[in-house]
Design a protein around this ligand. Structure first.
Ligand SMILES: Nc1ncnc2c1ncn2[C@@H]1O[C@H](COP(=O)(O)OP(=O)(O)OP(=O)(O)O)[C@@H](O)[C@H]1O
Length: 206
């Protein structure tokens, strides 16, 4: 496939006797905004954790070409640190010379007033904004997002999709996990995860 940045083939995963992923195959390309929808418990987070390298599949392989950004469903934040301290911490982790992009994302997502606030005092939606900022601040080529707009108000939800489309137009690859079928109209490619397999959905064009 043209400019494939993420190739997934024959990925299988069971928890004990429960086979969650039977066989997952798909490819993500540069400049593609894709999504995977599925019912609660279908295995979406399990798949994303495997793609992010956080969980080992029982079988199959994942090939990634380019830097990865991952926004997990559970935020990976420290309650005792402020927003700004998180940005500094991840600046070191990603070895970024400056925080320009991170600052831009903070402004874009509209939570600049909380820079000096400790995470324990942030609302769920604001924590999620920080989680998303951390996933994007190093300008990754491949972006894996697990229900990244949880707790967002409607306006922020729309800003999120604008940002996603912008990254796609800049040639990044995005994979968004969702349990909301109405998100599919915002995607270039939509897949449904059911019965342990991922199948393309036909998108209606207007
Ligand atoms: N660490 C684990 N050990 C055992 N079972 C697990 C584990 N993680 C997930 N499961 C089970 O595997 C199935 C798939 O879980 P997963 O979280 O991947 O689904 P999901 O599609 O992301 O669901 P949701 O939409 O509710 O987030 C569920 O039945 C879940 O209970």
């Amino acid at each position: 496939m043209r400019n494939a940045t993420l190739s997934v083939a024959d990925v299988q995963k069971a928890y004990g006797s429960r086979q969650v992923l039977e066989r997952v195959d798909f490819t993500l390309s540069a400049g593609e905004l894709a999504g995977i929808v599925g019912e609660n418990g279908a295995g979406k987070s399990t798949l994303l954790r495997i793609l992010a390298g956080e969980l080992k599949p029982d079988h199959g392989w994942v090939i990634q070409r380019g830097l990865l950004g991952y926004c997990p469903q559970q935020t990976v934040l420290n309650d005792a640190l402020t927003v700004q301290q998180h940005l500094r911490y991840f600046q070191q982790a990603y070895q970024l010379p400056e925080l320009t992009r991170a600052e831009e994302l903070v402004e874009r997502l509209g939570y600049g007033q909380y820079r000096k606030t400790r995470v324990r005092a942030l609302s769920g939606g604001t924590r999620q904004k920080l989680n998303l900022t951390i996933a994007l601040m190093h300008d990754p080529a491949i972006v894996l997002l697990d229900e990244p707009y949880q707790g967002f108000d409607w306006e922020t939800y729309l800003h999120f999709w604008e940002l996603a489309a912008e990254l796609r137009d800049q040639g990044r690859s995005l994979l968004v996990i969702s349990h909301l079928s109405h998100d599919i109209e915002r995607l270039d490619t939509a897949y449904r995860l059911a019965g342990g397999v991922v199948k393309p959905m036909v998108l209606e064009t207007t």
